[in-house]
Design a protein around this ligand. Structure first.
Ligand SMILES: Nc1nc2c(ncn2[C@@H]2O[C@H](COP(=O)(O)OP(=O)(O)OP(=O)(O)O)[C@@H](O)[C@H]2O)c(=O)[nH]1
Length: 449
């Protein structure tokens, strides 16, 4: 516009004959419709390409008021814009809804520049229009597409996110979809404002894993996947995060990913795991779970250089009990025995049924000397069990073999040691504990069989 004004001033100063024609000048600079209006808004001249851009043959427009182009000539924006320019002598720019001669509405980006041929002379308005209907339609289409996409994203079972970690390791949530509200009860805006509103809820152990996984993914640029527990006011929830990283030129890493709730799935998993790791009759861990969980406990003890006391327990003369009172009574005895063991042990000790009437206990965080009285209390508690089955009173006892699982020892090996100690306990009269060093300091003579 500035070019036209300056050239217009040059043209005015030089005289009309010597100056390039206004039409030619405007055509050279503007790929749109150009009009020159008088002080009544009547069209004096138009550029040659006018019809192509404005959709009106010049001869139908010349000598008529320019507002006839307006989609609403009486109240439309064109009249208001012209009014503004005449009153203020200031330029106006904006988008006007105009109609072509065939009635088709078009959005025209419009610039109106007041021009004076000479000071105090008649005012002219230079109007330049550029048809942006296509652009606006594309913009509208894009906006509708975006709204549809946002709708789809918001209906996803979870939240889409973009996470950024700068070169110094500082994390920032750049984007999260509305699904975040259903997941953690916080709006995306609040978490984008302060990511601790999300990370601060992650269980400490899982947060450490998250930091490790992100660090690895930032180096390898491999996708990552992680299950996290969050402590929320509504209770603990499990979320799964899957994300794909990309490195930015500034050294930061971006992860685009999806966060979904998996609490129900995890509970089902725990249920299944409990089922496959539990002995159905007694509720104790089964042999497989004992070895699995025992290995995990041993790995932890190894890190601290600790030995773990390990005991084998075997009901005495159980065959006789079965033969005398029936298999169902034997089952009841096994259940009562397991319940008594659980009462005498701590919840984190590993108690498992590893054979028919054979059980094992791995005691955590105590020494062999400390384990002995606990097991002795258990032995006595079993002595106290009285079962009334079909008019018969059933009592039974248990023998125990105690061994030590050394930090660098094997669970199978220690179980073998405990079994040998158990054999000695049976051999020495049953209803007693034998350890690596020999029999219980409180051996019992009683042998109900
Ligand atoms: N009722 C019942 N009995 C079982 C179960 N599993 C194993 N048994 C029985 O446990 C008995 C084990 O007998 P033995 O191995 O001879 O040992 P015991 O009679 O206890 O003799 P000692 O161990 O030497 O004191 C067998 O009769 C098995 O049938 C079970 O699930 N339910």
């Amino acid at each position: 516009m500035e070019i036209v004004r300056r050239t217009w001033q040059r043209w005015r100063a030089g005289g009309e004959e010597s100056a390039p024609g206004l039409d030619a000048l405007l055509l050279a600079h503007y790929p749109g419709a150009v009009m020159l209006l008088d002080e009544q808004g009547v069209v004096l001249r138009v550029n040659p390409d006018f019809e192509r851009h404005a959709g009106h043959p010049p001869d139908q427009l010349l000598g008529r008021r320019a507002v006839t182009l307006d989609a609403d000539p009486l109240h439309g924006g064109f009249a208001l814009a012209l009014d503004h320019c005449f009153t203020t002598r200031q330029a106006w720019r904006g988008v006007l809804l105009c109609r072509r001669a065939d009635g088709a509405p078009r959005h025209q980006t419009t610039m109106i520049q007041p021009l004076e041929e000479r000071p105090g002379g008649p005012l002219r308005l230079l109007v330049i229009q550029y048809d942006v209907t296509g652009m606006r339609e594309r913009e509208l289409h894009d906006r509708q597409l975006l709204a549809r996409l946002e709708g789809t994203v918001s209906r996803l079972p979870g939240a889409v996110f973009r996470l950024r970690q700068d070169a110094a390791g500082h994390l920032e949530l750049l984007y999260a979809s509305e699904g975040l509200v259903a997941l953690i009860g916080q709006t995306p805006e609040r978490v984008m404002d302060d990511i601790e509103r999300l990370l601060g809820r992650v269980v400490a152990e899982d947060r450490r894993r998250l930091e490790v996984v992100l660090a690895q993914s930032a180096v390898s640029l491999e996708p990552c996947q992680l299950e996290l527990r969050l402590d929320l006011p509504s209770g603990q929830r499990w979320l799964e995060a899957r994300a794909r990283p990309q490195r930015r030129r500034d050294g930061s890493t971006l992860w685009d990913g999806l966060l979904v709730e998996i609490t129900e799935r995890k509970h089902e998993e725990f249920k299944v795991r409990r089922l496959v790791s539990t002995d159905m009759l007694t509720g104790a861990l089964n042999r497989r779970a004992f070895f699995e969980q025992g290995a995990a406990l041993q790995a932890r003890a190894q890190r601290h250089g600790e030995a773990l006391p390990l005991a084998m327990l075997d009901l005495d003369h159980f065959k006789a009990l079965n033969d005398t009172h029936g298999h169902a009574a034997g089952d009841l005895a096994l259940q009562a025995f397991a319940a008594t063991c659980r009462e005498c042990l701590r919840p984190y000790d590993l108690f498992a049924r590893i054979g028919g009437e054979e059980f094992a206990v791995l005691l955590v965080d105590i020494s062999l000397d400390e384990a002995w009285p606990i097991l002795e209390r258990l032995r006595r508690a079993v002595e106290e069990i009285v079962l009334e089955v079909e008019g018969a009173t059933i009592r039974f006892t248990v023998s125990l073999g105690l061994a030590i699982l050394l930090p660098n020892g094997s669970l199978e090996g220690a179980l073998g040691d405990a079994d040998r100690a158990l054999y000695r306990a049976k051999h020495e009269g049953r209803n007693r504990i034998c350890g690596p060093g020999g029999a219980s300091p409180l051996p019992r003579d009683a042998d109900p069989a």
